[in-house]
Design a protein around this ligand. Structure first.
Ligand SMILES: Cc1cc2nc3c(=O)[nH]c(=O)nc-3n(C[C@H](O)[C@H](O)[C@H](O)COP(=O)(O)OP(=O)(O)OC[C@H]3O[C@@H](n4cnc5c(N)ncnc54)[C@H](O)[C@@H]3O)c2cc1C
Length: 349
């Protein structure tokens, strides 16, 4: 358990949450998983470390349940943060609705400031027109928080956050995910906040450190599978685990895990203990990049040590190999986060 191994990062509430997450299993649609997560109490309000310990175990067991968990947080956090819409948040926490987070557009990925979805006033509400794509859980979404430009006729129109009911979704094919696009055409929406960009960044800053722990959960699963395999698979008259080169690879996997877990946990702890208004973007970037890149290498080694079984379509390590990849892209691609890291060091030179 993370809370036993690294007690200095955690409180009793994290340990209680971790115990629930460690034994949690769900299957079926995103909606089924959201319902089950709620019934287990995993949508109770928590801090970044609470998200992190949950994600480690959920991702260790199954990446899709981890996504069902965290997307609900991404979708509702802008509402929680802005205040209001308590009924919507409550319904999501009770597992009665799926809420997606709609920021990315075909021409605005890493550069979210380039988004072009527009919102125009319509009576008491608004109407949105534009395209959002690569939106997790979109095919199941009852609602979505959507970021769009508030059309005031000024070239400096700001980005606001809106809430859309039953957003029109088309599934996109991304292996191991439930993803879709929203084609919004005069789609009715309610305003959440005119300070949309700040809300989007605050939501990502809260969730990003936990991506590292999800990655470490997957990597640890890969190591667990590998330890079982190398102990039983015999070649050249001995188990693979007796071979020094295999042992060196296992040690490298463990080192990646140790470093990635500590760095990502540090980022979570920094976020939770930061003073009001204090930014922790640097730690968050270091945690996410270190852990997700390490996880990719650990899982690659797991595939290698499984030999042909490692590339068999339904093998656990093959699924992990596929599931880990997007974590290095979403919520800040590695290369983009490296610009944040480099900027901090170059500032001092
Ligand atoms: C599985 C999955 C789930 C997702 N879920 C959601 C969701 O729920 N909601 C949502 O809004 N979005 C979601 N996204 C979208 C995700 O946030 C974007 O894919 C991500 O922000 C990158 O944008 P892009 O794909 O347009 O890549 P681009 O912005 O085109 O970047 C491509 C690559 O170019 C490089 N690059 C770009 N900019 C820079 C830079 N400044 N410096 C150095 N290198 C750079 C990086 O290598 C980057 O990976 C999801 C994506 C995936 C794959």
């Amino acid at each position: 358990m993370l809370t036993d191994r690294y007690p200095y990062f955690f409180d009793r509430v994290h340990a209680e949450r971790e115990a629930v997450a460690a034994s949690f299993r769900a299957e079926g649609s995103i909606r089924d998983r959201v319902r089950a997560l709620s019934a287990a109490g995993l949508f109770a309000p928590t801090d970044v470390r609470g998200l992190a310990v949950s994600r480690w175990h959920l991702a260790h067991a199954d990446a899709l349940t981890d996504l069902a968990f965290i997307i609900q947080e991404l979708g509702t956090f802008p509402l929680v943060s802005a205040g209001g819409y308590a009924d919507v948040v409550e319904e999501a926490r009770a597992g009665r609705s799926v809420v997606a987070f709609g920021l990315t557009e075909p021409e605005a990925g890493s550069d979210v400031r380039a988004l072009t979805t527009r919102a125009v006033r319509d009576g008491d509400g608004y109407r949105l027109t534009g395209v959002k794509h690569f939106i997790s859980n979109a095919p199941d979404a009852d609602r979505a928080t959507i970021f769009a430009r508030l059309d005031t006729g000024s070239p400096q129109d700001g980005i606001a956050c809106f809430l859309v009911e039953n957003p029109p979704a088309t599934p996109q094919k991304v292996a191991g995910h439930s993803i879709g696009r929203f084609d919004l055409v005069d789609t009715p929406a309610r305003l959440v906040s005119t300070k949309g960009l700040g809300l989007a960044f605050a939501t990502l800053e809260r969730c990003r450190p936990s991506v590292g722990l999800a990655a470490m959960g997957m990597a640890r699963r890969a190591l667990d599978e590998t330890l079982r395999h190398v102990a039983t698979r015999r070649q050249f008259g001995a188990p693979l685990s007796a071979m020094p080169v295999v042992q060196a690879r296992i040690a490298d996997m463990a080192l990646e895990l140790e470093a990635g877990t500590l760095t990502a946990l540090h980022a979570c702890w920094r976020r939770d203990t930061a003073g009001k208004g204090e930014r922790t973007g640097y730690e968050s970037a270091v945690g996410k990049v270190t852990a997700t890149e390490a996880a990719q290498r650990v899982i690659d080694s797991a595939v290698q040590l499984h030999g042909g079984l490692g590339v068999e379509e339904d093998s656990v390590v093959q699924q992990l190999y596929r599931d880990i990849r997007p974590l290095r892209i979403y919520e800040g691609a590695t290369d983009v986060l490296k610009t944040v890291i480099a900027a901090r060091w170059l500032e001092g030179s």
